[in-house]
Design a protein around this ligand. Structure first.
Ligand code: R5P
Length: 300
């Protein structure tokens, strides 16, 4: 940000208030809440400050996205009438990235459709470790003027630095190699990647890599835990091979239903996540990473 430009304002959605305030503090920006009233019929009433500066940063992580996308659309639609001339979306977790193709005829390609929706309102998007697989670049998924995909790998690697047991890192599928490889590289640890076959929303088959796990301290690494089934299956097999301990390090802690409990039953004794999605396992704060990206982006 140029010192001659008026300061931007960070607006935080209700369930992201604390990380949004941390971002504003780290970036040296003012902060205000987005107020949301839920009507009994499920509709939302969104209220912003009466006057906005020219640049506004909306902080809204897009876990459990269907209601949030409507509320974000209402906020972003209202902001220009209150003085905003340019909108940045900080969405540490970006939804609908996994449906990046039509796997069956007639399926909506959600990634592209949601990306186009966001690009109609926002000129800048900042997110963390978006699930890019067949689409390689964030701007191809979300065609905004500036699409910035940050990596939490370095912060996640730092969270392993106090461990003296040289853990072995394991990613559950080919898609996870980009994250587990980066974290292992930054932490100077060994890693392996399993193969996954998805049979349904809550059913996966995992084939572990040919590594000797007996007596090893294993950290399972993934970008997203949703139902938890991917890592429940992986943990079960790692335990069966005689690992000394199993823990989990994840970027986006969605944790649907009893995912956390089932991970415990599968032998996982510790779960660490970033605060991209508010959850009790959050131990890695992303405010510094996000603030550095804001400061490095001209005019934001
Ligand atoms: C998929 O490729 C992702 O990287 C995760 O492995 C997946 O979303 C985890 O889902 P679940 O926790 O429901 O198995």
């Amino acid at each position: 940000m140029n010192s001659a430009e008026p300061a931007s304002l960070v607006l935080g959605f209700p369930d992201c208030r604390e990380p949004a305030q941390r971002l504003a503090d780290a970036a040296g920006l003012d902060y205000a809440d987005v107020d949301i009233h839920q009507f009994p019929d499920g509709e939302s009433l969104v209220r912003l400050p009466e006057e906005l500066p020219a640049r506004v940063i909306l902080y809204c992580s897009l876990d459990r996205p269907n209601t949030k996308l409507v509320e974000l659309e209402l906020a972003a639609g209202a902001a220009p009438g209150l003085g905003a001339e340019g909108l940045t979306l900080v969405a540490p977790y970006l939804c609908y990235m996994r449906q990046d193709t039509a796997f069956l005829p007639g399926q909506a390609v959600s990634q592209r459709i949601i990306g186009e929706l966001l690009a109609r309102r926002f000129d800048t998007l900042i997110t963390v470790d978006p699930h890019l697989h067949r689409t390689h670049k964030l701007e191809d998924a979300v065609p905004v003027r500036r699409a910035i995909a940050l990596s939490a790998a370095s912060a996640m690697a730092d969270s392993l630095s106090s461990r003296e047991d040289s853990p072995l890192l394991i990613g559950p599928d080919a898609e996870s190699e980009q994250w587990v490889g980066a974290i292992a590289g930054a932490a100077g640890l060994d890693y392996g990647v399993a193969r996954k076959e998805r049979l349904g929303d809550r059913e996966v088959r995992i084939a572990l890599p040919a590594l000797d796990l007996a007596g090893r301290h294993v950290v399972l690494i993934d970008d997203v835990i949703s139902t938890g089934q991917t890592l429940v299956e992986t943990a079960g097999q790692v335990a069966a091979r005689g690992a000394a301990s199993i823990s989990v390090l994840v970027t986006h802690a969605l944790f649907v239903g009893d995912a956390e409990q089932r991970l415990g039953e599968a032998g996982v004794t510790d779960i660490v996540s970033t605060d991209s999605v508010p959850h009790t396992s959050n131990r890695i704060q992303l405010a510094g990473l996000l603030a550095a990206a804001l400061k490095a982006t001209p005019g934001v």
